[in-house]
Design a protein around this ligand. Sequence first.
Ligand code: NAD
Ligand code: DAU
Length: 351
Amino acid sequence: MKNRNILVTGGAGFIGSHLVRLLVNKYPDYHIVNMDVLTYAGNLANLKDIEAKDNYTFVKCDICDFEQVKAVFATHNIDSVIHLAAESHVDRSIKDPFSFAQTNIMGTLSLLQAAKFAWDGDFKDKLFYHVSTDEVYGSLGDEGFFLETTAYDPHSPYSASKASSDHFVRAFHDTYGLPTVISNCSNNYGSYQFPEKLIPLFINNICNNKPLPVYGKGENVRDWLFVNDHASAIDVIFHKGKLGDTYNIGGFNEWKNIDLIKVLIETTDRLLGREKGASDQLITYVTDRAGHDMRYAIDATKLKDELGWEPSLQFEEGIEKTVQWYLDNKQWMEHITSGAYEDYYNEMYKN
Ligand code: NAD
Ligand code: DAU
């Protein structure tokens, strides 16, 4: 299809802004409508370079506001949705599970209903693409990988809410025939990530000589993917994914937290021109996250074999680029870490 009117939700956030940029630049014949309510995590400064493009429109809207969402479908003749809007931080979900259920479950339901209403049984050339997480699969032991067939076993309010939203998407496919596709991705890193997440938080603290709060013993394992590679995988799945199907996205790139933190310290100190080991003493072991999943590891073989997607970057190169970006964009970080962020930080890390 040459022309599409794609509704991207959560496009002012971390992954959403990278996806919007990719789509707007790569597909001048597509119209990208970015729906975002601009929570603390949404930032239009993430999209400065493309905001004036003819094929881009921003709409400030809460995905839970069913009437407004329906109106956006009608006004822009939306034929596809790529749904990323969510409350996304596990620690916040432990403190306030209600807002996660509201946005991630009820918000997804509101979008599904709006799509069903707008498309009214004519599903030709329509698509509802739901962006989800590997956390729905729970936690692994020392061995094995999450497959698309792995049973759901979420442990945090965040992952429980994402699991529920995935179930609603499948239910709309099976019950109403809505054309859907889901992807479940591992941990992302890169530019424009809100500094509540491990990598930007630690880079910022290293720069400011602040303690680096390592949860538990730092032995939990995460599987890291460069955010631009997640965006390119979404592009491939959007265009070639099989309706009703699920695709895991990951880079076969597992790191124990403490080893990753040492790489972050080494890279940041080096790029700042500090002596090797200068920031090692900032490592501070703190109380573990409640219900902390031990290990995530994605098997992305299906995506490679069926749709030909592979990550473009080695981790060392991605981390170097990422640290350099935060060092080059101090104003972006300072703007975000003023005001409400300080209250969040002091409350979250008071022990
Ligand atoms: P983020 O927190 O950086 O951005 C979320 C965006 O959603 C923000 O712009 C926010 O303003 C918007 N939003 C929140 N509630 C909204 C509402 N009610 N209505 C409209 N907009 C709303 O999140 P992210 O890290 O970019 O994650 C995006 C998606 O990808 C999420 O669905 C998340 O579950 C999923 N995901 C994230 C990762 C990761 O490592 N960050 C990995 C796999 C999957
Ligand atoms: O796996 C995909 C998920 O990855 C996404 O669905 C989530 O939206 C995203 O936030 C991320 O979840 P994690 O909980 O894995 O990411 P986070 O950056 O919060 O933490 C990464 C690891 O680092 C985790 O084991 C907890 C640990 N950690 C985190 C913070 C913020 C610390 O040790 N100290 C910290 O201060």
